[in-house]
Design a protein around this ligand. Sequence first.
Ligand SMILES: [Fe+2]
Length: 316
Amino acid sequence: MFFLLLFILLIGFIVFYAGGTNTVWPHLMYLPIIFASFLFRKTGGIITCIVAGIILGPLMPLNVELGLTQSTYAWVLRLLIFTGIGVFSGSLFKMNDKTVKKVKLLQAQTLKTFVSLLALRLQQTEDHCERVAYNALVLGKEIGLSGNELKDLYWAGILHDLGKLTISEEILLKPSQLNETEFQEIKKHPIVGAQIIMSVSEEYQKVTEGIITHHEKWDGTGYPYGIRGQEISIYGRILAVVDVFEALCKERPYHKARSEEEALAIIQAGKGTHFDPLMVEKFLKIYNEGRIIVNSSIPALYWRKTKKAIKRKKLQ
Ligand SMILES: [Fe+2]
């Protein structure tokens, strides 16, 4: 705001030293007006217009050299024109805001539809995906991720297995050990899931990083790329721990549910090989503090509500 005022004053000086308001220089004032409308929308635009109109108003000569003053009619009319432009451009920017908001909402609804489809396909409840996302958020917050990072982590968590939509039910629900061909098929799901998300919007770049890397392992023996350590996205390292813990504690076609103690022992054993050691330490800490959800469902864990919860620090 201060720089904007400085900009307006500078234009006022330019107009004065260029000879007055009968030159072309007053038109420069449209720049700060449009800029203010962009920054502060209609209200900011109107205030800037009034300030600009007054600076080029009663005290600004029509012709400095001849000492001619402006008529009241001229400067008031200019002020009104400025205000009209401020209102108009502010409204345009506001319309653009609404459109962007609608597009983002539509994208979020598309992702949410994917979650429902995935739950049906995997014959799980949506609670499974939501628990992974919720626990990932708690762990993400514990390691100091910020608002936008948590938002990306949430979507990566809830959609981490989206690529399984393209895998046949025979493989997904096979009650016995997968053979090599079937396992090769399963190994495609992180990349397929990421491709689907990227087709919704390229803004989900970070989300796709989490999805692609959620089966990578700290020692480089994971898939799909076999990357190791810090090469793995932080979202992927978080999801690896919470997803494995969730999967271990639940009944699956290919294994029985383990107790929480057994699942924690497996997580602990994978520290530094399967999992990022820091993530394991933090996960155990938040588990012992009772902040990890295991069997209970999360009421309406939709990002908008989660965001409010984070703001209210309910996830701490
Ligand atoms: Fe997966």
